[in-house]
Design a protein around this ligand. Structure first.
Ligand code: 26Q
Length: 815
C-alpha cells in the first residue's frame, strides 16, 4: 500500500477535495454525513485501485481461485475497518480532529448493512477478512438486498419490525460493474431435441428474464495489497415498460413481470435456523447461483478457452445448502453450453464444489417441493432427477435391497428435493464448523453418507476477524497487549499465547480490570441513553446476545434471573454479588414463541428494575436492535458470556469467541465451539454446566424426559414457573410459555430443550461466577487466560485450514 499518501495532511486535503467536488461544500459547511462520505470515498479510491490490481494478478497468474457463495454477508460498517487495515486510522483520526470532528462521531454516520441474520452471515464476512489478509484469491457472492434484516423496535415490551433501508449511506462501498451484468431465466417451459449432429439442444420458452447487476465491495486485508472482492447481485427487470403495449392489453402483464423480477433482491428472509419454504426464497437462491456461475464460467472461458480445467482453477464453496443449486446449474452450463457429456460434467462439478453445514436443527434442513422447482427452473429439475437416479444406483451397490435406506438417502423423495443430500452427493468436501458438530454430522445427522464417503468429511472450526473484534472494537485492550507482547498478534493471532505466562503480573491484571471498567462505562452510557436505565458499575455485566431461538435457551437465563429475584425478595440483606443481565436479540417475525420470550424479558426487566427492594443489586436490560455495530460496543464490555444452548444443537457459535477474546468468562454447556474454548483455556477458567451431548441425546431419544417431577419437587423452579403463570403485574399473560415448559405444544414435547433438567446445574455455575467475582485478582487472571488462548479462534486460522485441507490453495498464514 502506498502508505505515504496517508499522512494527516494528505488526508485532510483529499477529504476536503471530495467535499468540494461531491457536495460543493467547504469543510466548515459540511454536515457530518457529508464528511463521512468524503472519508469513505478517499478510502475507497485506495481500495479500488488495489482491487483492480489484485483482479489483474488473479487473471494473469491463473492460480486456483475460491468463490464463496452465501445468501448472507453481515459485513458491518466498513470505514473504520478499511482505515484500520490500510494503516491509516491514526492519520485519519488526527486529520478529522484538526477539521473539528470526533472520529467516532463520523463512523456513527455509516449505516450498518444488515445483509444477514446472525452467525452464518457474520461468519461469511469474517472469512472475507481472513481471505484478504492471508492472501487467498477469494471472491464472495451474495445478493444486494434492498432491505436487510429488519430494524427492531421494542414497543410495550414487544418486538416490532421496521424495514431497514440501508442503501442510502451504504452505497459508497458498492462499485457497480455493469459490464458484467448477466441474465437469469426464471420459470417458463423447456423443449429439448437432438439436432442434426446428434447434440441435445435445450430451448427455453415463456420464461421471465431477470438481469443480475453486480456491485463489488472491495474487502481489505491487514497490511497487504491483496483485496478480496464481495460481489453482490441486484435483480433488475430487462422488460421495458412501454405504454404502446397498453392498448394491446399487454401493458399490465409487462408491469407485473417487471415488478416480479425486481422483487428478487428486495428483502432478506429473516429466518435463522429455520426454513421458510416460499417460492421467492428459492428464486433468490437460483438467482444468486445462476448469475455467479455464468460470471465465473464466462471469465474462465475468456482466460482458458476450455472448461475441462475448471475444477483445477476454481473452488465453489457453498455456505450451508442455500446455494446448493450450483451443482445442477454448473451441470447445465457444462452440458448445454459447453457440450460436455454427463460424465465429464459430473467429474468437473463434483471436484469443484465444497459444502459447509451450519446446523443440525431438523427444521433448518432445506427441502423444496419438486413442483415448485419444476415451475421455477424446469431444466434444473430435470438435471436433479438425473443426478438422483444415478446416485440411487450408486446407493444400491452399498445397500443392496435396502429400499428404506435408499429412499432416506435419495435426493428426490416424497416429492421434495433434499438439498443437503444433493450437496453431499455433488461435492468433494463436507465440513462441520466445530469439532463436536463435525463429529455429530458423521455419527448421526449424515451417518449413512459418512459410511459411503468417509473421505469427504472434515472439520474446520469457525473463527472470527480478530482485528475487527479485538483490535478495532477494543483499542485500549489492544494497546495493553501490544505493550506486553508486541504487535505481532495482529497478523499472527496465536502469539496472544505469550500472555499466558504473565498471569503473575499483578499490575497487568489491575490494568485489565481498569480497561474492562472503562468499556463497561461506555456500555452503561449507551444503556442509560437508550433504555433510561442506570446500571450499577460494580455489578457483573452478564450478557446473552444472539438470535432468539428456543434451542439457545434464553429461557434458562430468564428462569434463573427470576429465581435470583425471589431470593433477594426473601432476604434483601443477603450477601449478593450485584448483577446486570443484558440481552440483545431479534426474533424471526413469524416465530411466536421467540417473540413472546422477548416480551417476557421486558416484563421481568420492568418488574425487577422498578422494585425499590432490589435497588441496584439486580438489573435486567434488553438492548433493542442488536446488530454488528452494537456488538462492537457490547463484546468489550461483557464480563460473563452466556453460551447455554442444549448440548448438541449449537453448531459452533461465534459470539462465544468474540466474548472470550475481549476477556469475558464463559458460562456454557459443552456445545459447539464451547468444547474447544474449554479445552483451550482449561476447565478451571470457564464455567461449564449441564448435560453433555450423549446424555442430552439419549434422554431426548428415550422419550422419557418429563419436566413435571422436577417442577413438583424443586421448590425454586416451581416458584419461578408459578410466578410466570401468575404474571408480572403488567397484564400480559404468560401461561402459554409456562405450558410449553410443563406440557409442550406446537407439536413438541414438554420442555423440548430440557431447560428444567439443566436448571440446578446452571444455577450452581452462576453461583460459582458470583464467588469468583468477589476475588478480582483471580477473575482478571481468568480473563487474561481467556484472551491468551483466544488466538486459535481467529478467522485467519480457519481460512488457512480451509485453504490447506479443502481448497488446496496457498496462504501466507503460519500456523
Ligand atoms: C433457509 C431456507 C429458507 C429461509 C431461511 C433459511 C436459513 C437462513 C439462515 C436457514 C439457516 C440460516 C442460518 C443459520 C445459522 O446462522 N447457523 C449458525 O451458523 C454459525 C456459523 O457457522 C454457527 O456458529 C451457529 O452455531 C449456527 O447456528
Amino acid at each position: 500500500m502506498p502508505r505515504k499518501n496517508f499522512t494527516k495532511n494528505a488526508l485532510k486535503e483529499a477529504i476536503s477535495g471530495k467535499l468540494k467536488r461531491h457536495f460543493g461544500r467547504e469543510v466548515e459547511d459540511a454536515s457530518k454525513e457529508q464528511v463521512y462520505e468524503a472519508c469513505a470515498l478517499v478510502v475507497r479510491d485506495a481500495l479500488t485501485e488495489h482491487m483492480i490490481q489484485t483482479q489483474n494478478e488473479v487473471e494473469r497468474g491463473g492460480e486456483r481461485q475460491v468463490h464463496y457463495l452465501c445468501m448472507e454477508f453481515l459485513v458491518g460498517r466498513s470505514l473504520r475497518n478499511n482505515a484500520y487495515n490500510l494503516g491509516m486510522l491514526p492519520a485519519l483520526t488526527a486529520a478529522l480532529s484538526e477539521m473539528g470532528y470526533e472520529m467516532a462521531d463520523i463512523f456513527e454516520e455509516e449505516a450498518d448493512p444488515g445483509l444477514g441474520n446472525g452467525g452464518l452471515g457474520r461468519l461469511a464476512a469474517c472469512y472475507m477478512d481472513g481471505m484478504a489478509t492471508t492472501g487467498v484469491r477469494g471472491t464472495g457472492y451474495s445478493i444486494r438486498y434492498e432491505h436487510g434484516i429488519f430494524k427492531q423496535k421494542i414497543e410495550d415490551g414487544k418486538q416490532v419490525e421496521l424495514p431497514d433501508s440501508w442503501l442510502a449511506s451504504g452505497d459508497v462501498w458498492h462499485i457497480p460493474a455493469l459490464d458484467d451484468t448477466r441474465e437469469v431465466k426464471i420459470g417458463g417451459t423447456i423443449n429439448s431435441y437432438f439436432n442434426d449432429q446428434g447434440k441435445m439442444v435445450v430451448e427455453y420458452h415463456d420464461y421471465t428474464p431477470v438481469l443480475a447487476v453486480p456491485y463489488d465491495m472491495p474487502i481489505s486485508g491487514y497490511d497487504t495489497d491483496n483485496i478480496a472482492r464481495l460481489r453482490l447481485w441486484e435483480a433488475k427487470s430487462p422488460i421495458a415498460l412501454d405504454m404502446k403495449l397498453f392498448s394491446s392489453g399487454e401493458y399490465l402483464k409487462a408491469v407485473e413481470k417487471h415488478a416480479l423480477a425486481e422483487t428478487i433482491s428486495m428483502v432478506l428472509y429473516p429466518e435463522d435456523n429455520h426454513r421458510e419454504g416460499q417460492s421467492l426464497r428459492l428464486k433468490q437462491q437460483y438467482f444468486l447461483v445462476s448469475a455467479t456461475l455464468q460470471d465465473i464460467c464466462a471469465k474462465h472461458m475468456q482466460q482458458f478457452g476450455t472448461m475441462a480445467n475448471f475444477a483445477h482453477k476454481h473452488v465453489l464453496h457453498i455456505n450451508d445448502t442455500h446455494p446448493t443449486l450450483v451443482i445442477p446449474e454448473l451441470m447445465r452450463i457444462l452440458m448445454d453450453d459447453h457440450d460436455m457429456s454427463w460424465e465429464q460434467a459430473w467429474n468437473v462439478v463434483s471436484q469443484a464444489v465444497a459444502y459447509t453445514n451450519h446446523t443440525v436443527m431438523p427444521e433448518a434442513l432445506e427441502c423444496w417441493p419438486v413442483s415448485l422447482m419444476q415451475e421455477l427452473m424446469p431444466r434444473i429439475m430435470q438435471i436433479i432427477y438425473e443426478i438422483n437416479e444415478r446416485f440411487c444406483k450408486q446407493l444400491w451397490d452399498y445397500f443392496p435391497n435396502d429400499f428404506q435406506k435408499i429412499s432416506k438417502l435419495a435426493i428426490v423423495s416424497d416429492n421434495v428435493v433434499r438439498m443437503a443430500n444433493l450437496a453431499i452427493a455433488g461435492s468433494f468436501s463436507v465440513n462441520g464448523v466445530s469439532a463436536l458438530h463435525s463429529e455429530i454430522l458423521k455419527e448421526r445427522v449424515f451417518n449413512d453418507f459418512y459410511t459411503i464417503f468417509p473421505a469427504k468429511f472434515r472439520n474446520v472450526t469457525n473463527g472470527i476477524a480478530h482485528r475487527r473484534w479485538l483490535c478495532e472494537a477494543n483499542p485500549a485492550l489492544t494497546e495493553l497487549i501490544s505493550e506486553k507482547i508486541g504487535t505481532g498478534f495482529i497478523k499472527h493471532p496465536s502469539e496472544l499465547k505469550v500472555l499466558e505466562s504473565m498471569g503473575e503480573d499483578k499490575a497487568l491484571l489491575i490494568r485489565l480490570g481498569e480497561i474492562k471498567r472503562a468499556n463497561k462505562q461506555r456500555l452503561a452510557d449507551y444503556i442509560k441513553e437508550h433504555n433510561g436505565i442506570e446500571v450499577n458499575m460494580d455489578s457483573i455485566f452478564d450478557v446473552q446476545v444472539k438470535r432468539l431461538h428456543e434451542y439457545k435457551r434464553q429461557m434458562l437465563n430468564i428462569l434463573h434471573i427470576i429465581s435470583l429475584y425471589h431470593k433477594l425478595k426473601d432476604d434483601p440483606n443477603m450477601d449478593f454479588v450485584p448483577r446486570t443481565y443484558i440481552f440483545g436479540s431479534k426474533a424471526a417475525p413469524g416465530y411466536a414463541v421467540a417473540k413472546k420470550t422477548i416480551q417476557l424479558i421486558n416484563s421481568i426487566a420492568n418488574m425487577i428494575n422498578n422494585d425499590p427492594a432490589i435497588g441496584d443489586k439486580l438489573k435486567v436490560v434488553f438492548i433493542e436492535d442488536y446488530k454488528v455495530s452494537l456488538a462492537e460496543i457490547i463484546m468489550p464490555a461483557a464480563e460473563v458470556s452466556e453460551q447455554i444452548s442444549i448440548a448438541g444443537k449449537e453448531a459452533s457459535g461465534t459470539g462465544n469467541m468474540k466474548f472470550m477474546m475481549n476477556g469475558a468468562l464463559t458460562i456454557g454447556t459443552m456445545d459447539g465451539a464451547n468444547v474447544e474454548i474449554c479445552e483451550a483455556v482449561g476447565v478451571e477458567n470457564i464455567f461449564i454446566f449441564g448435560m453433555e451431548t450423549p446424555e442430552a441425546e439419549a434422554l431426548a431419544a428415550s422419550g422419557s424426559y418429563n419436566p413435571m417431577p422436577i417442577y413438583n419437587d424443586n421448590h425454586t423452579i416451581k416458584r419461578v414457573i408459578d410466578h410466570i403463570i401468575a404474571g408480572f403485574g403488567d397484564g400480559v399473560d404468560y401461561t402459554d410459555i409456562a405450558n410449553l415448559l410443563l406440557h409442550g405444544g406446537n407439536g413438541g414435547p414438554a420442555d423440548r430443550y430440557m431447560i428444567l433438567k439443566d436448571f440446578d446445574s446452571y444455577a450452581a455455575a452462576q453461583e460459582r461466577v458470583g464467588q469468583m467475582y468477589r476475588r478480582p485478582e483471580n477473575w482478571n487472571y481468568m480473563s487474561l487466560m481467556n484472551i491468551a488462548n483466544s488466538g486459535r479462534f481467529a478467522s485467519d486460522r480457519s481460512i488457512a485450514e480451509y485453504a490447506q485441507n479443502i481448497w488446496r490453495v496457498k496462504t501466507n498464514f503460519a500456523f
